[in-house]
Every structure is written in structure tokens, then in C-alpha cells.
Design a protein around this ligand. Structure first.
Ligand code: AVJ
Length: 299
């Protein structure tokens, strides 16, 4: 892997989410094979009451990567009086749109949007009503996109944001039949492939590169030793690609590793959470045990 040899997928994968990519990701979420989004929503819907119970009241609710706040609306319908809601998103436009809509739907709720990359340091706004504790909401299977060490470091950071008495409500995708995983990341219609290849289109557009998209192929597989799905782009030819003034050569079969999506066993995730300073307070899953939404409290 010569191209982007110094750039690892943990750094690359956040560049997926941009205009066309966001549309493609929406399409992925609607696919039969992509059980994740649907299953998580089902858990939220079936267990929102229990979640509300465990979160308590008068807390500052901070959402990492709030996007259009769809899941938050599901939660808010059941929550007992959060002091304020702080949606954090890197896309200013989406953030403000969603925050305005939410504030209109919940006139009693103080909405304090923060435009930031939540993996870096950012400052939390102070709500008008003092909060008893903080709750961070990190939905989706996104923690699975971090390698083990970065995941640990990131969770430790969240534990600090939560502070004493605080907690983290987080989505965690679980280990399952590798065939099911394979189909989830290699859908029949090729939407996931288009999503992956779109990264090259974006590099072409924004970095002045000349990737030929027909000379790379989407390649995703479950790695049983690592317990995760690895997503790659494989060079279909010996070729040279220019990115600005730089030149990169690929041999046929060489790959760009664009993303990893780790899946956890419950005990494995509890161990990781423990190492980051959390205790697992509540685990909610769907009837098939495909996905989990967990509430972790700061030890
Ligand atoms: C949005 C990053 C959680 O890892 O499952 C979907 C992205 N990649 N299909 C995931 C994705 C290929 C997705 N995340």
C-alpha cells in the first residue's frame, strides 16, 4: 500500500461524509442488507422509556455527530427534563438547520449547538438552567470505526467530558454471523461500493487528482482475527495516479484501506469501557442481538 501510506483509515474514513457521500450513506441505511441503522432505531423505539429512566433528570445532554438529530427526537419524546441539549456536528449547515427545527419543536428545551470535530478539544456551553450531570450521546456503530487504542483514548476523553456522576449513551455493533456482515458491507446493488469509490472522486475534485474510478474496485471482508469488517479499494491495474504534484504508483492488487468497522462482544466492550473509566450500567439490544445501545457511567 504505497498511496496514502502514512494516512491510516481511521483518519481517512471521516472524509466520506460530504454531500454525495451523505446521500449515499442514507441509501446504505435503507438497504435490506445494512441491518445497523434499522436495528438501532428499533432498539431506541422499543426501549426509549428505560433509557430515559436510567439517564435521570436535569442533565446536560451532549450529542456527538448530531447530523439531523433524528435519533435525538426519538429520545426526547421520552426523556425527563434534560437541562439543555448540545448537538455537536462538524457540518455547520446541518447543525444549525437541525438545531433550529428541534428548538421549534421543543420550545421549553434550551438548544446550544456547537460546531466542532468531536474527536478534538472543544468547549461546552453553559446552560441557563444549571445541570446536575452530563450525558453524552454517541449513536450509531461509529465507535467501531476506531482502532482499539484510538477507541480507548477517545472513550477516556468522553469520560472526562461526562465528569463525575455523568454517563455515556452509546451504540455498539455486535459480533455476528460473518456472512451477514459480509452482505452488510457488500450490498447487492453496489451502493456501498459507490460510497467507497466516491472517496476517490472527492480526492480528484478537491485535491486535483486523476484517479480513474473504473480502475479501482470496492473490496470489503470480515477479518475474524480482528473482529471487524475492513473496507478497501483494490487497484485493478498497474497504474500511476497524480494527486496535485505528487505521483503514486499502484501495482495490480495493491489496496487503499479506507475504513474498518469493528464489532464487539458484550464482555469485550465492557472491558474496553472499564479501561476508559466507565462501568456498564445498562445494555439494550434487539431480539436477535445484532446491535446494542449501552449506558455507561463514569466510575
Ligand atoms: C457510518 C461509519 C458507521 O462503518 O458501518 C457503511 C459506514 N461503510 N457501509 C459503518 C459504512 C460501509 C458505517 N459508519
Amino acid at each position: 500500500m504505497r498511496l496514502l501510506g502514512v494516512v491510516t483509515y481511521t483518519e481517512i474514513s471521516k472524509y466520506f461524509y460530504h454531500e454525495r457521500a451523505s446521500q449515499l450513506f442514507k441509501q446504505i441505511c435503507a438497504l435490506d442488507e445494512y441491518y445497523l441503522a434499522r436495528t438501532e432505531l428499533g432498539i431506541m423505539r422499543d426501549h426509549a422509556g428505560e433509557m430515559a429512566e436510567v439517564l435521570g433528570q436535569q442533565y446536560l445532554l451532549v450529542e456527538y455527530g448530531s447530523g439531523s438529530s433524528t435519533k435525538m427526537r426519538l429520545l426526547l419524546a421520552h426523556l425527563r427534563q434534560p437541562a439543555a441539549y448540545v448537538p455537536i456536528d462538524i457540518s455547520r449547515e446541518h447543525l444549525l438547520q437541525a438545531a433550529l427545527a428541534l428548538a421549534a419543536a421543543y420550545p421549553d428545551l434550551e438548544v446550544l449547538p456547537v460546531c466542532a470535530d468531536y474527536t478534538t478539544d472543544f468547549e461546552l456551553p453553559v446552560p441557563t438552567t444549571p445541570a446536575a450531570h452530563r450525558v453524552v450521546y454517541y449513536p450509531g456503530p461509529t465507535i467501531g470505526n476506531f482502532d482499539r487504542e484510538p477507541a480507548l483514548r477517545f472513550l477516556r476523553r468522553i469520560a472526562q467530558v461526562c465528569g463525575p456522576g455523568g454517563g455515556l449513551l452509546i451504540g455498539v455493533d455486535l459480533r455476528k454471523d460473518p456472512v451477514k456482515l459480509h452482505h452488510a458491507y457488500n450490498d447487492w446493488e453496489g451502493v456501498t461500493a459507490a460510497f467507497n469509490l466516491n472517496l476517490l472522486a472527492r480526492i480528484n475534485r478537491e485535491l486535483g487528482a486523476d484517479f480513474r474510478l473504473d480502475r479501482f474496485r470496492h473490496y470489503a471482508f470480515y477479518n475474524p482475527r480482528e473482529g471487524g469488517v475492513e473496507t478497501h479499494l483494490v487497484s485493478l491495474a498497474n497504474q500511476i495516479v497524480h494527486v496535485g504534484d505528487a505521483e503514486f504508483s499502484f501495482e495490480i492488487g495493491e489496496r487503499i484501506w479506507t475504513e474498518s468497522s469493528y464489532k464487539y462482544r458484550l464482555d469485550e466492550f465492557a472491558h474496553l469501557a472499564g479501561a476508559a473509566g466507565f462501568t456498564v450500567e445498562q445494555v439494550l439490544t434487539d431480539p436477535q442481538g445484532l446491535f446494542s445501545v449501552q449506558y455507561l457511567t463514569v466510575m
